[in-house]
Structure formats: structure tokens, C-alpha cells
Design a protein around this ligand. Structure first.
Ligand code: URA
Length: 217
């Protein structure tokens, strides 16, 4: 039961746990490598996503591609998904019971992929991590939540309706580049330290337990 991303995709395609399945053409489980270090979480499929079964392929997706390039990321290296996997009719907000019914899929995707950084796109995925805060107060700021980092961004579609948000989003995504470097260097330091620790343990073992073996080499 949900041992890998493929199983989640299969379950999502057959899911009838909320009303959204009535009007879906294709479910949109999300896509990207199962070991992606960065995960983007949007709101829900729109018209084109519902047709194609892929996330962020419409207008908002075009802008997301531009934002990804500003942060030095290639789409195929990140995992992109949504809080709800089926299109809310007419692109209305997802309802609490729909978010609740779908959360087990997103939670398991996060567990399996285990990304270092989660980037939320819009209010609904932000609320999952930050609770009831104002996006205007926290956008673009990376926080550590539990074992990983989370950054809340405005939804790319918001900039299509409010042009002033375009430069805010471009700005926030250019900060993402710095955050990624920061997290990478933290990981490298951890790896160096754990290698040091392992070699100390090995040396000690040889010293203590096998003095005669040592002389063989
Ligand atoms: N908006 C979203 O939140 N997700 C998509 O996949 C497309 C548009």
C-alpha cells in the first residue's frame, strides 16, 4: 500500500474519496524524480492539467517554468504536485473535505521523496505547513519545519491576475537559488563530519580488536 510513487499514481487515478472524482478527466498525481531534493506543491489541477494528467502545464505552468529558470532549476530535476490531485470544477478553491481526503497522498509523497526543501505555491499548500498566516508576511522566507526547509511563494497564477506580483515572485525565486546553495553546503558539511566519524570508529576498532591483523597489512 503506497510503497512507491507509482502505487500512489495508480491509487489516485482510481480514487473516489471526494466529490472531485465525478468531474475529473484525468487525475494529476504529480511528477518528477522519486529522489528529488526540491518539491513544489501547488493548489490543484486546472483545465489543461485535467486534460493532460500533468501538473502546471497551462498558463501558470509557463510562468512556473520561467521562475524555475530564475532559481537555476530544471523542471525535470524537481518534483511538482498539488494539495488536491483532481480539478476543482471551474477552478474553485478546494474544499476542506477535499483537502482532507487527498492529504494522505501528498503526505506519503513527501515521506517517500523526502525532499530537503518544499516550496509551497499559493495559500492552500502554505496553510498545510504554516497554518493560518498571511502569505504577504512570509513569502520568500525559508523556515526549518521539522527535518526540512519550507518556503512559501505566491501562486504563479496570482501574478497573471495581479501583474505587480510578477516581480515579487521573480525576486522570491531568485532567493531560492541562495537557499538551495545554503542547504547544499549544510548537507556537505554533515557528510564530511559523518565520514570523519566513521573513519575514527574504524581506526579504533582495528586498534583495539585486531593488533595482529594490523601487522599483516
Ligand atoms: N495551478 C495549480 O495549483 N496546480 C496546477 O497543477 C496548475 C495550476
Amino acid at each position: 500500500m503506497m510503497n512507491n510513487l507509482h502505487e500512489i499514481t495508480l491509487l489516485v487515478s482510481k480514487c473516489q474519496n471526494c466529490a472531485l472524482h465525478h468531474s475529473r478527466i484525468k487525475s494529476v498525481p504529480g511528477e518528477g524524480p522519486d529522489n528529488a531534493r526540491i518539491m513544489f506543491i501547488g493548489e490543484g489541477p486546472g483545465f489543461h492539467e485535467n486534460q493532460q494528467g500533468r501538473p502546471f502545464v497551462g498558463q501558470a505552468g509557463k510562468f512556473l517554468d520561467e521562475l524555475l529558470s530564475v532559481s537555476g532549476l530544471k523542471r525535470e530535476t524537481v518534483f511538482i504536485t498539488n494539495v488536491v490531485k483532481c480539478r476543482p470544477p471551474g477552478n474553485r478553491d478546494p474544499q476542506p473535505e477535499e483537502l482532507e481526503a487527498c492529504s494522505k497522498f501528498l503526505d506519503r509523497q513527501i515521506e517517500l521523496i523526502n525532499p530537503e526543501i518544499i516550496v509551497t505555491l499559493g495559500r492552500f499548500s502554505m496553510a498545510k505547513f504554516f497554518g493560518q498566516v498571511k502569505i504577504s508576511q512570509i513569502h520568500g522566507i525559508m523556515r526549518k519545519i521539522g527535518q526540512r526547509y519550507v518556503v512559501a511563494m505566491y501562486h504563479p497564477a496570482a501574478a497573471l491576475h495581479q501583474p505587480a506580483l510578477k516581480s515579487t515572485l521573480l525576486d522570491d525565486f531568485s532567493k531560492l537559488k541562495k537557499y538551495i546553495h545554503q542547504v547544499e553546503s549544510e548537507r556537505e558539511i554533515k557528510e564530511v563530519n559523518s565520514n570523519k566519524y566513521n573513519s575514527i570508529v574504524v581506526e579504533k576498532k582495528e586498534d583495539e580488536d585486531t593488533p595482529t591483523q594490523l601487522s599483516l597489512f
